[in-house]
Design a protein around this ligand. Structure first.
Ligand SMILES: Nc1ncnc2c1ncn2[C@@H]1O[C@H](COP(=O)(O)OP(=O)(O)O)[C@@H](O)[C@H]1O
Ligand SMILES: [Mg+2]
Length: 270
């Protein structure tokens, strides 16, 4: 905006260059000079802003260290799968998900995206066809994991209950990797911010050794901070990913390797 004003000022000064009023001309070009100095100063401030926002947070860096054991080469298979849900009919659909595939699943509301996920994960009895998960697949859902951190017990207690085979000291270390330190772990889970709850959920998925991460429209109930934290954690995640989203920005922000479109119960690979 300041640059715009400056250009205008210069143009006006030139247009009136034939003025006999030399004083006025000088005042006008001096004003443009001042405006230019202001614009330079603003530019420097904008550049500083970028510098401040750039460094990645500690927990993001640490996320890259932990990696769940991988599954077999074939993670999930649907073959000629068909499901009827009331008036809605899904399929027949065939789809194979391989290790480390990062699949974006898109489609209109009610198209059958969640039905596709449920069929793939073997959570929905099929009317026809076949569905199977591969060996060594550990499924995790961020939404489900987040749901465990809404109670009055402390974050540490809630977390330990969710991974009973893990020592509390180990749980603390895991949470710390996701930026949840002493001050967080003893707070009632219900007081966590959405961003903190998302980090706790990701820590839990990590703790459970999840290698098939399923996200069904995650931006629907997350605030912007939690979305951004999720996006950057997904960047370092190395397992297989199924991401249903209608959010353009999230599709752009998350690295995916395949794109599947669901329309009126029909599944197409794009
Ligand atoms: N449990 C259910 N019982 C009956 N119909 C259902 C059930 N779940 C979903 N449906 C119907 O199946 C269709 C597809 O739903 P869904 O797979 O959730 O779509 P999407 O996730 O793409 O929005 C919708 O028309 C919905 O009304
Ligand atoms: Mg859905």
């Amino acid at each position: 905006m300041q640059r715009g004003w400056m250009d205008k000022g210069v143009r006006n000064a030139r247009r009136k260059a034939t003025d006999s009023d030399k004083l006025g001309r000088n005042v006008r070009s001096e004003a443009s000079e001042k405006q230019a100095a202001k614009a330079r100063q603003t530019q420097r401030m904008i550049e500083r802003l970028d510098v401040v926002e750039e460094p990645r947070k500690e927990w993001e860096l640490r996320m890259e260290i932990a990696a769940a054991p991988r599954s077999g080469a074939v993670v999930a298979t649907l073959r000629d799968a068909a499901v009827r849900r009331g008036d809605f009919s899904f399929g027949p659909a065939s789809l194979q998900i391989d290790w480390a595939d990062r699949v974006a699943i898109t489609g209109a509301n009610g198209a059958g995206k969640s039905t596709l996920l449920a069929a793939l994960l073997g959570r929905l009895p099929l009317d026809e066809g076949y569905a199977a998960l591969g060996p060594g697949v550990v499924v995790g859902e961020v939404d489900q994991a987040r749901g465990l951190f809404y109670g009055s017990e402390s974050l540490l207690e809630a977390f330990c209950a969710a991974v009973p085979d893990t020592e509390p000291a180990e749980v603390r270390t895991l949470l710390a990797k996701f930026g949840l330190r002493a001050a967080h772990v003893l707070r009632p889970a219900t007081t966590l911010s959405p961003g903190e709850r998302t980090r706790a959920a990701l820590a839990l998925l990590q703790g459970r050794g999840v290698n098939l991460l399923v996200l069904d429209e995650p931006t629907n109930h997350l605030d912007l901070t939690a979305i951004e934290q999720l996006e950057s954690a997904l960047d370092s995640y190395e397992g297989t990913l199924l991401l249903v989203t209608h959010d353009r920005r999230m599709l752009d922000a998350v690295r995916t390797t395949r794109r599947v479109e669901v329309a009126a119960g029909k599944v197409t690979e794009l």
